[in-house]
Design a protein around this ligand. Structure first.
Ligand SMILES: [Zn+2]
Length: 51
């Protein structure tokens, strides 16, 4: 198992446009599965994932 270390000193980089990410945007989704969220990059709006 790999350990996970939380950090606020390094910012992630968008794999799509290569820009440094200072935050990730999300929007709520209404579905039969209940309240879900879609996460996307603020610069290029590419979707990171859904929870
Ligand atoms: Zn991007």
């Amino acid at each position: 198992m790999l350990p996970v270390e939380e950090t606020n000193e390094v910012n992630p980089i968008c794999p799509h446009c290569g820009k440094v990410l200072f935050k990730v945007l999300c929007r709520g989704l209404e579905s039969v599965f209940g309240k879900r969220y879609i996460y996307f990059y603020p610069e290029c709006h590419k979707v990171l994932g859904v929870s």
